[in-house]
Design a binder for this molecule. Structure first.
Ligand SMILES: O=C(O)C1=C[C@@H](OP(=O)(O)O)[C@@H](O)[C@H](O)C1
Ligand SMILES: C=C(OP(=O)(O)O)C(=O)O
Length: 410
């Protein structure tokens, strides 16, 4: 599906939008519920990634295809490895077979797991024969993806001796590890994270517990971007969010103050208000703790003609696509003066925004959603716009509440 987005005549926006549950919290909660049936979940994400996770967790034998879902791939690897009697081949989209799992597989093997690569060493598809794991200690590199660590932590309380992880190297995407530990605490699983050591104690039973998934902060980023690009006085109410979030992307509330967007929190929602314009000429952010909002911020800066220097982007090359290359190409097509390395992105201030460029999305939901707000500045096409369903299936429907003119192009 190719969409055409045109600039609305009025850039003063008022809207009230309910966003689906966080896919990260959902996929963790689903796994914990599979281990401890006393758990129930509220506000589960309606994303493709949560659906494939739910489907995967019901499988004991045969092939599980998790499509593009990185968390499902990594979390199910740990889950299947620890479930005696399962025999599953875990695979995904073409891109998933290029996203590494070696660090996780090796750590699980050291804990006693039986996992084999079916094609390329270090990458899915993998065949997992579940076994009871009772080793307690393992060390693993922490600088490639936090999902490997979360995968081990999620099964940790269900293991006879719990787990003690020694994290080697600079720890990346730390808030996602803390999210996992936060959820373990919610179900009463004792854990600690000191220096580079994480300990989780075993837990055989969980009392009836409701895990309420907060709405997705990465999805909220597109509305922050929209407000940054529209007129002072605009406001958007988003639910259901809370101040003490488990999601690291809630740092958006601080970052977008630089763009004149103010966030106020209530019990159930956040109210975003455009109260001023950006001040600085060049903005700098280290996004090692919030990699999923890099595309949004780069597109916002481009739309405003502001320069930015983004660092801590070393994980972007192994996500749904090589996001650094994708941003370089697509922002470049729109007229940006942009350069990237394998961990940084630099955008020069500029005011050129070409009209009616067709943005390629590379099977990456965030490419589609990050570019959409640019419609407030110029008309553009989004190719394969259905990719948004990976995390936010209602994205295009919700954009209509903002009177953004979205129509199918062909
Ligand atoms: O644990 C999670 O839910 C996630 C961790 C992050 O991945 P990395 O740790 O690979 O950066 C993030 O990019 C991804 O969207 C979700
Ligand atoms: C990187 C992402 O997802 P995953 O790694 O779970 O595929 C994302 O949603 O931006």
């Amino acid at each position: 599906m190719k969409l055409h987005l045109s600039t609305p005549p009025n850039r003063l926006i008022k809207a009230d939008i309910e966003i689906t549950g966080s896919k990260s919290e959902s996929n963790r909660s689903l796994l914990l519920r599979a281990l401890y049936p006393n758990i129930s979940i509220k506000n589960l994400s309606n994303s493709d990634d949560a659906k494939v996770m739910e489907m995967g967790l019901q499988t004991r034998k045969g092939t599980v295809d998790i499509h593009h879902a990185g968390t499902a791939m990594r979390f199910l690897t740990g889950y299947f490895a620890s479930q005696a009697g399962t025999d599953v081949t875990l695979t995904g989209s073409q891109r998933m077979t290029e996203r590494p799992v070696k660090v996780l597989v090796e750590a699980l093997r050291r804990l006693g797991s039986d996992i084999e690569y079916e094609k390329n060493e270090g990458y899915p598809p993998i065949r997992i024969k579940g076994k009871k794991l009772n080793e307690r200690r393992v060390s693993l590199p922490a600088d490639i993806s936090s999902q490997y660590i979360s995968s081990l932590l999620l099964i940790a309380p269900s293991l006879e001796n719990g787990l003690e992880l020694e994290l080697v190297g600079k720890i990346t995407s730390v808030p996602y590890i803390k999210m996992t530990l936060g959820l373990l605490s919610e179900i009463g699983a004792v854990n600690s994270f000191k220096g580079n050591v994480i300990k989780v104690e075993p837990k055989t039973m969980v009392r009836p517990t409701v895990l309420t998934v907060e709405s997705d902060w990465s999805s909220a980023s597109y509305f922050y971007s929209i407000l940054a690009l529209c007129e002072i006085g605009s406001e958007i109410k988003l639910s259901a969010y809370k101040k003490n979030s488990l999601q690291g992307d809630s740092v958006l509330a601080d970052i977008y103050e630089d763009f004149g967007v103010q966030t106020s929190f209530s019990d159930t929602h956040i109210l975003l208000k455009k109260i001023g314009n950006h001040q600085q000429k060049e903005l700098q952010y280290d996004l090692a703790n919030a990699p999923d909002i890099a595309q949004t911020i780069a597109a916002t800066c481009f739309g405003l003609g502001v320069g930015c220097h983004l660092t801590g982007l070393h994980t972007l090359k192994i996500k749904e696509t090589d996001r650094l290359e994708a941003l370089h190409t697509e922002l470049g097509k729109m007229g940006a003066n942009i350069s990237v390395t394998d961990k940084t992105l630099t955008l020069m201030p500029s005011s050129t925004l070409k009209k009616d460029v067709a943005i390629d999305t590379y099977n990456d939901h965030r490419m589609a959603m990050a570019f959409a707000p640019l419609a407030l500045k110029t008309s553009l096409y989004i190719n394969d716009a259905e990719v948004v369903s990976k995390s936010y299936p209602d994205f295009w429907k919700d954009l209509q509440f903002l009177q953004l003119a979205v129509r199918e192009a062909e």
